[in-house]
Design a protein around this ligand. Sequence first.
Ligand SMILES: [Fe+2]
Length: 278
Amino acid sequence: MSASVQELPSFLRGNYAAAAPDGTLPAASLRYGAADHATWRTLYQRQAALLPGHAASAFRTALARLPFAEGVPDLAATSALLRDATGFSLVPVPGLIPDAPFFTHLAARRFPVTAWIRRPEELDYIVEPDIFHDAFGHVPLLTEPDFADVLEAYGRLGAQATRLGALKPLARFYWHMIEFGLIREGGAVRAYGAGILSSGAETRHAVTGATPRRLRFDLWRVLRSDYFIDDLQPTYFVIESFAELFAAMRRLPALLEAARDATPIPPGAAAPEDQPAR
Ligand SMILES: [Fe+2]
């Protein structure tokens, strides 16, 4: 194991001893029993039923084309479909991996997917990402060219942000725009972020809940916005298109140092420049 794995919290439950230095697990180590497939199907059916009226159309269209309905998906078969669409592939990992290999994988259009699935008593909520979050939540939009470009660019920025001591603003971008992003479609707000769409409670809260702030996407605001890691989000940012998000990616490197030095905006707080999403 690489020394950097020591940076990870000790409660993580994946099989880190079996992982290579780049964080990946051998494909042969992936085995799922009938109970695992049943857990996946329960989660899939519950979440798929919520997508109309809540999820971005690009997400719904892509999910329908993926072999996800019958049980824990086969990562190699799914990778073959992604490669044709955007050149992305999936690599199995024990769970959260250190920043450096995570950035390297994304920069090479490899998306790390946690190998294990939650226990039946954890259907509604787990702290760590499992394969349902990573595959159901993240993989559909890896078929979307502009979104795939955003992830690759994010991975490429990792080394620069590390050098500048600016990992925090970069992580805020990932959190708000990859995990918890909303998009406007024909006058309605829809979810595309994986942290939203892999959770029933967050899906309802983010898209139709009465309390959250839904703000027009503003890169500089996002880079300064802190967030809750263990509660529903109080603030979401709404993009107009994935092309808009990729255009923002191009401006991000020039803002990293200023964002590092700026005063953070606490979760749920207002900022003078906030504009509600229409
Ligand atoms: Fe995620």
